[in-house]
Design a protein around this ligand. Structure first.
Ligand SMILES: Nc1ncnc2c1ncn2[C@@H]1O[C@H](COP(=O)(O)OP(=O)(O)OP(=O)(O)O)[C@@H](O)[C@H]1O
Length: 487
């Protein structure tokens, strides 16, 4: 490994796509950057020099003040359906430095978010504020630790400059790491404004990067579509199983790789209520918890539309093929969901009535305003008395049915516990914890709570005593928690 360049080892394949797909965009210099969070483990995994990166030189890179060797800064073009309406977008406040080739050969996008205006900024200032960048860092890293596909966070720097929102707020830049930033919206952009050849180049690029196994498949674009459908179904199941509400499932926030992206208005639900919405801008509840699976399919339909010219020369035939695969989404989704829920209840095998058993518990949880995570936690640690529905006839009956079901599988108590512990997180980034940490960081420049929270959330299935305080529920509040798209 070369240490003189901090271990950067760029190969910028995206920038070799037709020019239509990106614009050159240098990050804007900032006055006095300071690294406030740095992800050593991730840096090491990327093959970077953690000592060098912790010096001023590293900070300068994370701030966009110095370009690392081999970087080719660009802003990507994309479009998207936002709350159902098609619009032209593009990286308006993000600059991709390049693709880091890891020591194991894997390729990762390295992007600075909040690094100033780009040709896609429209009226925006290209900036980001500290609170939301810390939030993205905390939650994306928590998602990774939960085992959910996601982009990751390498560093947050404060810029030393203030950013004007409704009030003046401290500016920050996040360094984001992703399998790629290809979005459904990238394909919508290509289909709307590109030539068919450019669309094909984009699809080939995406297949090569994320689905290389299907490259020689005779029906490769159809197979590509099916693979993306599967990954999206799996991803949304992962969200549902931990009570994660993305909050802004616009097509520009749905990746082709199947990783979670955009942690703007997201949050984890406390009380189990399928209608939960956190985002203050989602007044219709379009992206409520219970709507996520259906919206996933809607987004994939938009994706399918973009691929039609590649699927078959006869449009009607192409539409039928796409429809058939889109119709498989629900089956993929249901299968993954059932498999995941079985694990949450310690079920190693399958019985036909499992879905009834699972739904039975969810109904009781909903009726009693039970906390989503802590209900499964209570069952995992053999403390059903910790649930608000304990003692009710319905729950007693359900619990007995569950115990009978468990006894019908040939698994020891320990095996059941182990499976449940692996499937039910002990700790999640609860809103009150995240908000408390962000407030200390933004108001007082104190990052202790943030660091501790990141540490605790890095092993959500550990069930350690140290995690105990983080499992406490927030004080009941008369105002439901809301996330603001304020950035
Ligand atoms: N302050 C800003 N200046 C310029 N463009 C912005 C700004 N904030 C958001 N945008 C752009 O508006 C669009 C929608 O914003 P959104 O909040 O969904 O994205 P984001 O959080 O900036 O980026 P990403 O989706 O990559 O995480 C994006 O194209 C984004 O680049």
């Amino acid at each position: 490994m070369t240490h003189n360049n901090m271990g950067w080892n760029f190969d910028n394949s995206y920038a070799r796509l037709p020019e239509r797909f990106f614009e050159s965009a240098e990050p804007t210099q900032v006055s006095s950057p300071k690294t406030v969070l740095f992800n050593k483990q991730l840096a090491e995994d990327l093959g970077l020099d953690i000592n060098e990166l912790q010096t001023e030189k590293g900070t300068a890179v994370f701030a966009g003040n110095t370009l690392p060797e081999g970087a080719q800064p660009i802003a990507q073009a994309y479009a998207g359906h936002q709350f159902g309406n098609f619009t032209m977008l593009g990286d308006g406040r993000a600059v991709m430095l390049g693709e880091q080739i890891k020591p194991d050969g894997e390729r990762k996008d390295i992007q600075l978010k909040g690094s100033g205006r780009t040709p896609f900024s429209r009226g925006g200032d290209g900036r980001a504020t500290l609170g939301p960048m810390l939030r993205e860092y905390i939650i994306s890293e928590a998602m990774h630790a939960l085992g959910i596909p996601t982009n990751r966070s390498l560093a947050v720097v404060t810029t030393g400059e203030s950013v004007m929102r409704e009030i003046k707020l401290p500016g920050a830049v996040l360094t984001r790491v992703a399998d790629s930033h290809l979005r459904i919206g990238t394909f919508e952009y290509a289909a709307r404004w590109g030539t068919e050849e450019e669309l094909r180049e984009l699809a080939d690029y995406a297949i090569n990067r994320h689905y290389p196994d299907i490259e020689d498949n005779p029906d490769q674009y159809l197979t590509f579509f099916r693979e993306v459908v599967k990954r999206q179904a799996e991803l949304i199941v992962d969200w549902q199983l931990v009570g994660f509400i993305h909050g802004v499932m616009n097509t520009d926030n749905m990746t082709i790789s199947g990783q979670t992206i955009d942690y703007g208005p997201c949050a984890f639900m406390d009380v189990y209520d399928p209608a939960t919405v956190f985002s203050s801008i989602d007044v219709q509840g379009r992206y409520a918890y219970q709507n996520q699976p259906g919206i996933g399919q809607w987004n994939l339909a938009r994706f399918a539309e973009t691929l039609l010219p590649l699927l078959h020369e006869k449009q009607e035939h192409a539409i039928n093929q796409a429809k058939e695969i889109l119709g498989e989404y629900k089956d993929f989704y249901d299968d993954y969901w059932l498999a995941g829920m079985r694990k949450k209840l310690g079920l190693h095998n399958q019985e036909e009535q499992d879905e009834v058993l699972i739904q039975g518990l969810l109904d009781i949880m909903e009726e009693h305003n039970a906390d989503f995570t802590n209900t499964f936690r209570a069952l995992t640690i053999d403390k059903p008395e910790k649930t608000p529905m304990h003692g009710t006839e319905a729950f007693t009956d359900w619990f007995q049915r569950w115990q009978e079901r468990l006894s019908r599988q040939e698994k020891s108590k320990d095996e059941v516990h182990q499976l449940m512990k692996r499937s039910n997180p002990n700790v999640i980034p609860r809103n009150h914890l995240v908000e408390e940490a962000l407030e200390a960081a933004v108001q007082k420049g104190d990052f202790t709570l943030t660091e501790r929270l990141i540490e605790v959330l890095s092993s959500p299935y550990a069930y350690t005593d140290k995690q105990e305080p983080y499992t406490e529920l927030p004080e009941p509040s008369d105002r439901p928690f809301q996330t603001y798209c304020g950035t």
